[in-house]
Design a protein around this ligand. Structure first.
Ligand SMILES: Cc1ncc(COP(=O)(O)O)c(C=O)c1O
Length: 576
């Protein structure tokens, strides 16, 4: 405080000394005068001393490494401790509650309202991690986590991310970090081969290629933009009298009411009408007849059908749209066929699941999230394209036309990935994929995927063998089930599971009128004993709810709670 006062006094002295010396009549000095200052010098002097901090301390006294935030010796020490912390966390994750027991806003009460002026010891930060942050974490890699779809991590992936952070490159063009770009091309080609995807997705194919984005939402958005421009171009060729915005206003795209809600958001981002085709009761995938009928209806109204998002593993029941039926329609109508395989795509590493992808050769784009089932930690979404040039057209910029970009990419086999995505900057995500592929091998990945399916099968068997429950669907690692009772009872069960907190799963609803049900997914961390534990928790809570006699108002309250829970979930797992 004392030194701050000294500085203020010194600054005031400078103002009075200099004030009489500088008196130029330029605009600046006019505005200075308006501020009660006589010159630029005096203005400078009136500014607070930038080296003084709030508490009167001096930045010059601060012991901090301004190059790296901490000195290397400390980094080595706490970095090794952090690796131990991460290993202990993951090794003993089952000892923590899977769901945090905190109320909204809990953290605000625990942390200061402003950032610290002075550097703090990292040990102190870590104490707060354990005492304040961890109690507010939902543990996605916990053996009792059966919600959403998994986001598996792995040590190789964590190490890949660590190294990527250390390198810290922003590989938007080849020269911005050649290895970042080239490794991305290589791991994408590896995935095409390992998953037996069509060879037109390879970088070495005539027109195709692949790119790694952060999320399925972004991947799908870029495809919708590409499809939009392709459709407008086609329309203007056939209708030269029409204009760009006339064509734009005629565009319509499709999904079913089971397709992930990202499609609705994306359609609104790009200003296009979407038709969510409602499937008849009891069916969760599209058929050719319904699709053709919708396309014909729209064409008759002068609309331009231009994009359809087929699901390879829906969120609500992991169902598959019959791509071999709708693919030929897309081909003949030149409708862009995008396949959202965010969760289920990884299962294509296992040959036994490949029959599910019949017709994939019709797809213009195929997208899956390695950050779900491939042990690559969030975020990481791989997008494979039949014709990369379409993408360049969709994201076109002034300097280079799509054609030129395509020529450069195909001649050199080297993309400038900034032209393949919405942001300019991009992380070096290929590193973590590469680490996982090399450390686990394809055999390790297949083993993990098969274990996941076996655990879900075991859960379905236990549910199916119990007369109190019915299994509605079982697909890959997802089981949907209900108590054989009313929706209200199922809602009550779900609320009890949430309140109990020993396991975490989601509910969903489908059909019209909707049927309410629960979803159960495993992570590869779950073993049979964990699945049995989950079943026992559900069974005991069902027994508890049956023993309760609820008044009408209690039933209404439970229903409201269920609707709230559903609304909350819908932000993430929505299909409707
Ligand atoms: C089938 C499906 N598609 C798309 C998404 C959206 O994924 P992202 O969060 O990567 O955008 C999800 C999310 O879980 C999903 O399950």
């Amino acid at each position: 405080m004392y030194s701050k006062m000294k500085k203020e006094a010194a600054a005031a002295a400078v103002v009075s000394q200099n004030g009489s010396v500088n008196g130029s009549q330029n605009g600046l000095s006019h505005s200075m005068a308006a501020l009660g200052l006589d010159s630029a010098e005096s203005a400078k002097a009136a500014l607070p001393d930038p080296t003084a901090d709030e508490n009167g301390g001096e930045e010059n006294d601060v012991k901090v490494d301004i190059k790296r935030g901490m000195d290397t010796a400390t980094f080595r020490r706490v970095g090794k401790q952090m690796v131990d912390y991460v290993a202990d966390y993951l090794e003993n994750i089952g000892d923590r509650p899977v769901l945090p027991n905190v109320q909204p806003g809990y953290l605000r009460d625990l942390l200061p309202g402003a950032a610290p002026e002075r550097p703090e010891d990292f040990e102190k930060v870590m104490e707060d991690v354990e005492s304040k942050i961890m109690p507010g974490i939902t543990h996605w890699n916990h053996p009792n986590f059966h919600a959403y779809y998994p986001s598996l991590n792995s040590y190789p992936s964590i190490l890949g991310d660590l190294l990527s952070s250390a390198i810290g490159c922003v590989g938007f063009s080849w020269i911005a970090s050649p290895a970042a770009t080239e490794l991305e091309v290589i791991v994408c080609d590896w995935m095409v081969k390992a998953m037996d995807l069509p060879s037109h997705f390879l970088s070495t194919s005539e027109t195709g290629g692949a790119v790694i984005h952060g999320t399925a939402t972004e991947s799908t958005l870029t495809c919708m933009l590409a499809a939009r421009e392709r459709a407008i171009k086609d329309w203007l060729k056939e209708h030269p009298e029409s204009g760009y915005f006339d064509a734009f206003s005629r565009l319509v795209c499709y999904s079913t009411d089971q397709t992930h809600s990202m499609i609705v958001r994306n359609a609104s981002f790009i200003g296009i009408e979407i038709r969510r085709l409602h499937l008849p009761e009891g069916r969760t995938s599209l058929n050719r007849k319904e699709f053709v009928q919708a396309v014909e209806e729209d064409k008759a109204k002068g609309r331009i059908p231009f994009f359809v998002c087929g699901s390879f593993g829906t969120t609500s029941s992991c169902d598959f749209d019959p791509v071999e039926e709708i693919g030929p329609v897309c081909m003949s109508e030149r409708i862009w066929l995008h396949i959202d395989a965010a969760y289920a795509g990884a299962f294509l590493f296992c040959p036994e699941y490949r029959p599910l992808m019949r017709g994939i050769e019709y797809a213009d784009s195929f997208n899956f999230n390695p950050h779900k089932m491939m042990h690559v930690n969030f975020d990481c979404s791989a997008l494979f394209l039949r014709c990369v040039e379409d993408l360049f057209d969709g994201l076109k910029e002034d300097l280079l036309s799509g054609l030129k970009l395509m020529k450069i990419f195909k001649e050199q086999g080297i993309p400038d990935y900034r032209h393949w995505e919405i942001p300019l900057g991009r992380r070096f995500r290929a590193l973590k994929i590469w680490f996982v592929l090399r450390s686990m091998g394809l055999q390790g990945l297949r083993k993990s995927l098969r274990h996941h399916v076996q655990m879900a099968d075991h859960f379905a068997e236990r549910m199916g063998a119990d007369p109190e429950f019915e299994v509605l669907t079982k697909s890959l690692g997802l089981v949907t089930f209900r108590v054989k009772d009313t929706d209200a009872v199922n809602a009550l069960l779900y609320n009890l599971i949430c309140d109990d907190g020993r396991i975490h799963l989601n509910a969903a609803e489908t059909g019209n009128p909707p049927t309410y049900y629960l979803r159960f997914v495993c992570t590869s961390h779950a073993e049979q004993k964990d699945v049995d534990f989950a079943f026992d928790v559900i069974k005991s809570l069902t027994a508890r709810l049956r023993s309760r006699r609820l008044s009408l108002s209690e039933v209404q309250a439970e229903r409201e709670k269920m609707l709230n829970n559903l609304a909350q979930q819908r932000r993430i797992t929505s299909t409707g």
